[in-house]
Design a protein around this ligand. Structure first.
Ligand SMILES: *Cc1c(COP(=O)(O)O)cnc(C)c1O
Length: 449
């Protein structure tokens, strides 16, 4: 190994990467070569070969792995693609917050303050709650709220809501991790108030009823669950708290825009839920965060819990979330200003016009078949699983590449494009593409074909 690193050919690599990193990589390569050599009788690689391999490894290690992509899947809140794209206002706020800022300092008095103060009044104003705070994500907010409010006492959950959301979030596991025993009531399809009542007789020390929104599935048919306001009245009559994990967390009534299916945070609070928990990067359309909104005393209790420190939001997310929530304050129209909401509520003819613009920008390409298709998109991100969004796509079919090959070529362009494959064609969905991305999208398609 010393022979390799002392070779004159190693000097440029030492200059670029330093001798410690070169030595480290060469050590690994030598170990790998030993394993290979013990298998077959090949001669050992030359020093030059080792150095070439080392250079490739060191370059790969320094390369960026996180790339901006064009989302042409039609799935608006795509977890694999980073969920909500942020509004320009939120991006600007992140830039401004990147340096020093008064994150935990009161500029008037010069005294220490709390980072929660940047969000508490905004969450209250936007949701109608008495107060609010935000932590790392919604899963964290559920864990934290249960730890702070149940404090180890049993938590009651309907069997119809013992769900897995994806990415390893399972309600029974989160309840267990919060330090509480889970009391299951009712059945998968039907749970009544009398079931909660019976559970309370058996477990008089229970303190919290947890309600979970069935974000990414629906149980249909012979089903029943107490209305939220009835459950809240019941909980309060028995001295219990009602906590709701709403997941998506719509802050505007999407039904008014012709997109049905997601309850709003405001409706839950009006129904009497004590604490509502929801994601910052689903229907809110901001950065990754778990937002807690509700009763003042409960929000304060959650903020004081030791786990709140472990789950706290960093300054960039505080800035981005505050800027996003301000887009919900009058006179702003969030359906226009928040990208996720704009995409979800965009009428089909507008999507169709973008598809035509893309087709024109691509132009005629020999060997490529292009057709405009009426398609159905989905909100994604565990929101509105049954609500199809009428959209338009350009279906690409190449005479030289299979759909899989074409999709891979699009993914590995300088500006990667993510489409979806259907019936041996690559569909480029336009609902999730911004007008400003159309020229780059056309360019990527021309290059890939
Ligand atoms: C998405 C979701 C979560 C998890 O939210 P994260 O912000 O990804 O942690 C929890 N509960 C419900 C009901 C959800 O839909």
């Amino acid at each position: 190994m010393g022979v390799i690193c002392d070779d004159p050919g190693a000097r440029p690599l030492i200059a670029r990467f330093g001798s410690a990193r070169l030595t480290g990589v060469v050590r690994i390569l030598v170990a790998e070569a030993r394993v290979q050599l013990s298998g077959d009788g090949e001669p050992a690689p030359s020093i030059a070969r080792f150095l070439a391999l080392a250079e490739a490894r060191l370059e790969a290690g320094a390369r960026e792995t996180l790339h901006p992509v064009i989302n042409a899947t039609g799935v608006v809140i795509h977890t694999n693609l980073g969920r909500a794209p942020m509004a320009p206002e939120a991006i600007e706020a992140v830039r401004a917050a990147s340096g020093y800022g008064n994150l935990e300092l009161d500029l008037d008095s010069g005294r220490r303050s709390s980072r929660h103060l940047h969000l508490d009044p905004l969450i209250a104003q936007v949701t109608g709650a008495e107060g609010g705070l935000a932590v790392n994500n919604c899963a964290g907010s559920v864990l934290l709220a249960l730890a702070a409010l149940a404090g180890g006492a049993p938590v009651i959950v309907s069997r119809g809501e013992l769900v897995e959301i994806g990415g390893g979030f399972r309600v029974p596991d989160v309840v267990a991790q919060s330090g509480s025993a889970l009391i299951e009531v009712g059945t998968t399809n039907r749970t009544h108030l009398s079931d909660y009542e019976q559970a309370l007789k058996d477990h008089p020390d229970a303190r919290v009823i947890l309600r979970t929104h069935p974000s990414n599935f629906r149980i249909t048919g012979f089903t029943s669950a107490p209305a939220l306001d009835d459950l809240a009245r019941f909980a309060h009559a028995k001295g219990l708290l009602l906590v709701e994990d709403l997941g998506g967390g719509a802050l505007i009534d999407l039904a008014a825009h012709g997109v049905a299916g997601e309850p709003t945070v405001q409706a839950s609070l009006q129904a009497g839920v004590d604490l509502v928990l929801f994601s910052g990067d689903k229907l809110v359309g901001g950065p990754q965060a778990g937002i807690v909104a509700g009763r003042r005393d409960l929000v304060d209790a959650v903020a004081r819990h030791p786990l709140a420190r472990a789950l706290r939001l960093d300054k960039l997310s505080v800035a981005a979330l505050a800027a996003t929530l301000r887009l919900y304050c009058p006179p702003c129209d969030p359906a226009q200003r928040v990208p996720v909401l704009r995409m979800l509520t965009e009428p089909a003819p507008v999507v169709a016009a973008r598809a035509l613009a893309l087709q024109a920008a691509i132009g005629d390409l020999p060997g490529l078949d292009m057709a405009m298709e009426e398609t159905l998109g989905y909100a994604g991100g565990g929101a509105m699983p049954m609500q199809a969004l009428a959209g338009r796509a350009i279906a690409l079919q190449s005479c030289r590449f299979s759909a899989e090959d074409l999709a891979r070529r699009l993914r590995t362009e300088a500006r990667p494009v993510l489409g979806r494959i259907e019936k041996d064609r690559v569909l480029i969905e336009l609902r999730t593409v911004a007008d400003s991305e159309v020229p780059a999208l056309a360019e990527a398609i021309r290059a890939a074909v």
